[in-house]
Design a binder for this molecule. Structure first.
Ligand SMILES: *[C@@H]1O[C@H](CO)[C@@H](O)[C@H](O)[C@H]1NC(C)=O
Length: 527
């Protein structure tokens, strides 16, 4: 239809205004982001005909008076009248095909009603702290990698964080109704694209590519979650695996090959508590259909030694740093213990705990890889072990970093403290906190509206407005009205910046923005 307009400046001006009008309309229609660039304009022009008609009819019905007084709308009327008379397009032909897009790491993605990634998350995707030299997360990755040397282990550190629902869930056998798939827990770009929630999103492809016997994948992962000093919506995971191929080991004897590889691993001299049998038919079953007892036992032994060596490396360094910082640090011998566990991708499974600085700390999860993962990855003759570890938590222990938000700080007072450590791991020292700025609590109480409510939505709203100026958000009271049955919640938000003092004016302003957004986005009623 726009071809019908004279191809002069006036014609283009009308087009552009119509487009901007439509974009603003797109926003009020509930699309979160309408990003129109040159290429998108071209596509938009194809769609504009049907849409303008639909918009005009709707708006004319809804906003009769206001509509006709709007300048933007008047311009559009000209267009619509032109279309209408030329094509007599019925309003029902309009389909909601506006191309809403977002850009992540320089790549464009089409969004739809599933899109729920706020700008503050998108902005941080390119940061990739695990690849930022001298950053505590990078240093932690380096320390772990040093225990799993190439060529046995290949490192994959730059897989794209934008993955398909198939990669993140289906390839791992997540049921369709698994809670992890919910929009309240996961950042979706569109209905079948998301920001990976774990490194395992790349497991099937990595097994299938069969580039090396072992691998380590380190990656930024994304989850909608609570706000406190140990949770951040972006964190870093490392996953490792070692596989053996039945058709390649001498005489097809996997167990013998695994034991022989175990002999080649270094030894350590820390105390290990491992009271349970290698598998237990009820608590921690062997995959009987796929593995012999001897195979599972050998793989478990190789797994345990490998991960014990990793933990020794990490905590020996943590102890050295602690002793440098604190002459009174009590130098107790390290101990580790194996605890039976359940994970969806392994069986049998364990957690490894470490006794460090007076506490048993849960360090990682691991086990014998479920054979279906190898089968689905197209390498059915392989079998082996895998583990997963959270790099941020380990880095917080290693450097004694009190608040996970610090990892995202670009304040020199933070970053400078680690300069040179990547090139000389022995120079690792604990973080020295710079001053602790005053915090300020604010409460917000509200009645829930009729729409579905999920606590992560409150967290997300607070974080998208106050960013890293909020230390934690806690539900501290709730109440159900005895007569009406209405439910009310009260959240306490602790505003505190790691880098400066927040003035009252700033805190009040943040808090009133949060309050308004809760009303607007969640339909709650402030008490
Ligand atoms: C995997 O790689 C190994 C070593 O290169 C090779 O011997 C084996 O045949 C490969 N397996 C598959 C299923 O491609």
């Amino acid at each position: 239809m726009l071809l019908a307009l004279p191809p002069n400046q006036n014609g283009y001006a009308i087009c552009l205004r119509t487009i901007s009008f439509l974009c603003s309309l797109g926003l009020t229609l509930g699309l979160d982001s309408v990003d129109v660039d040159a290429a998108a304009v071209a596509e938009l022009l194809e769609e504009v005909e049907d849409m303008v008609v639909w918009c005009m009819v709707t708006l004319r019905n809804v906003y009769h008076e206001a509509f006709f007084s709007s300048r933007c709308a008047r311009v559009s009327i000209v267009v619509v009248v032109t279309i209408w008379t030329r094509n007599s397009a019925p309003a029902s032909r309009w389909r909601p095909t506006i191309r809403a897009r977002t850009e992540i790491n320089g790549e464009k993605y089409e969004t739809d009603s599933w899109f729920n990634v706020p700008p503050n998350i998108i902005d941080k995707v390119p940061r990739r702290l695990h690849l930022q030299k001298d950053h505590p997360v990078y240093i932690t990755r380096q320390i772990i990698e040093s225990v799993f040397p190439p060529p046995t282990y290949k490192y994959h550190n730059d897989f794209n964080p934008v993955v398909t629902t198939h990669q993140n869930f289906d390839s791992l056998g997540f049921p369709k109704d698994h809670p992890g798939r919910a929009k309240s827990d996961t950042y979706y770009v569109n209905s079948n694209t998301l920001l990976r929630t774990h490194t395992s999103a790349h497991q099937a492809e990595t097994f299938g590519a069969n580039l090396s016997a072992g691998y380590l994948i380190s990656a930024d992962v994304y989850r909608r979650d609570e706000v406190d000093r140990s949770h951040y919506p972006i964190f870093h995971q490392m996953e490792g695996a070692h596989s053996w191929d039945r058709t390649k080991v001498p005489n097809g004897d996997v167990a013998a090959a695994v034991w022989s590889d175990l002999e080649k691993l270094p030894k350590h001299n820390i105390e290990v508590q491992d009271p349970n049998p290698p598998f237990h038919h009820e608590r921690n079953p062997l995959q009987e259909r796929h593995h012999s007892a001897a195979e599972a036992e050998a793989i478990a032994a190789h797994l345990k030694r490998s991960l014990e060596l990793m933990v020794v490396e990490i905590f020996t360094r943590a102890k050295a740093a602690a002793k440098k910082a604190d002459p009174n640090f009590v130098d107790e011998p390290l101990q580790v213990r194996w605890v039976e566990a359940y994970f969806p991708f392994t069986s049998p499974s364990w957690e490894l705990e470490v006794y460090y600085d007076g506490d048993w700390l849960e360090c990682l999860g691991c086990g014998v890889v479920k054979q279906d993962l190898y089968i689905n990855a197209g390498v059915p003759n392989q079998l082996g072990w895998a583990f997963g570890i959270g790099l941020d938590r380990i880095a917080m222990l290693l450097f004694k970093i009190p608040d996970i938000r610090l990892f995202w700080s670009q304040d020199e007072r933070f970053l400078k403290q680690f300069t040179g450590v990547s090139d000389n791991l022995d120079s690792l020292r604990r973080f020295t906190p710079f001053s602790k700025y005053p915090g300020c609590y604010k409460d917000v109480s509200f009645w829930l509206g009729s729409t579905d409510f999920h606590e992560n939505d409150v967290m997300e709203i607070v974080r998208s407005i106050a960013g890293d100026s909020v230390e934690d958000v806690k539900l501290f009271d709730h109440f159900t009205h005895p007569k009406t049955g209405r439910k009310s919640l009260c959240y306490r938000i602790n505003y505190r910046s790691l880098e400066r003092t927040l003035t009252n004016a700033v805190t009040n302003d943040l808090h009133s923005q949060v309050t308004e957004a809760l009303v607007e986005k969640l339909g709650v009623e402030i008490r």
